[in-house]
Design a protein around this ligand. Structure first.
Ligand code: SAM
Length: 283
């Protein structure tokens, strides 16, 4: 069911919506592809889907066609509002558009209850910052994230210890969610094509009793450890330890981690233990 909406290329031409690099705009115009992404949301019938950066609305249409109860689209570039209003009218006003910056918007003030899913072909320049914003949210308000990243970033999100992409992003993710690499998309799937390939990652929140709460400490410890990833933890953790008035040796001893090890060999659980020891030392 495509309702009576014109093809996206016509919408873009009619409304003069040439892609603007400042907003990281690369559009998905193939509705088969956007439907595939929308289906990764699972059952959306009783949910509100937050879509960040709807642009001309390819993924937005697919979310509505695939049965989203309601879509709230957050778009920073006001040029798209008229085109999105046509989609809202075609889908019985199940779509509302909020002109805002997704980095600062309070999603729970817009929709305060019910199941909430985030789906987005993310603007590359803010993709990582948005993921971290949602991972850090406490209480966790989202039931699933379905997110398109640059492929290299997607690999960093799902990486396991010792993978070449393993680092801070994988650890922050593992502390809060269960990520799954869902699909790759070549650069040519987008208009205009970006310089690199993309991939969609699906993240489900960990149950409350398995989530690590002290993201500030975890951020600090991983920043220190991976900031100098070629060095041993004894050296690389020295600065973070100093900020808690302790030494890296003391933190490592408290957690039973070899001071001669490098960050990339320590699983997320080890960093959560280090973050707890850091917090205990800081008091
Ligand atoms: N969803 C559309 C698609 O798949 O064709 C467009 C995706 S495009 C990669 C990213 C979109 O995010 C653009 O429409 C851009 O204007 C919007 N955007 C960029 N930064 C944003 C921000 N901070 N908050 C909300 N939207 C933003």
């Amino acid at each position: 069911m495509t309702r009576d909406l014109p093809p996206l290329r016509e919408v873009i031409a009619a409304h003069g919506l040439a892609a603007d690099k400042r907003f990281g705009q690369h559009f998905l115009l193939d509705l088969n592809l956007t439907r595939k992404i929308a289906r990764l949301c699972g059952d959306m019938s009783d949910a509100t889907v937050f879509e960040v950066g709807p642009g001309p609305g390819g993924l937005t249409r697919a979310l509505l066609e695939e049965g989203a109860g309601r879509v709230v689209a957050i778009e920073k570039d006001a040029r798209f509002v008229a085109a999105l209003a046509e989609i809202a009218a075609a889908f019985d006003n199940r779509l509302s558009v909020v002109e805002a910056d997704a980095l600062t918007v309070d999603e729970t003030a817009i929709v305060s209850e019910g199941r909430r899913i985030v789906a987005s072909n993310l603007p590359y320049n803010v993709g990582t910052a948005l993921l971290i914003k949602w991972l850090e949210a406490e209480p966790v308000w989202w039931d699933r994230l379905v997110l398109m990243f640059q492929k290299e970033v997607a690999e960093r999100v799902v990486a396991k210890v010792a993978d070449k992409s393993y680092g801070r992003l994988a650890i922050l993710t593992a502390a809060r969610a269960k990520p799954r690499y869902a699909m790759s998309l070549p650069a040519r799937a987008f208009t205009p094509p970006p310089k690199v390939d993309s991939a969609v990652v699906v993240l489900d929140p960990l149950p409350a009793d398995q989530r690590f709460a002290d993201i500030e400490a975890l951020s600090l410890v991983t920043e220190s450890a991976f900031g100098q990833r070629r060095k041993t933890l004894r050296k690389s953790l020295a600065q973070a330890a100093g900020r808690a008035g302790t030494s890296s040796e003391a933190l490592l001893q408290a957690t039973g981690i070899d001071p001669g090890a490098r960050a990339e060999t320590i699983a997320p659980q080890g960093f959560m233990d280090l973050a707890r020891a850091w917090r205990a030392a800081k008091g």
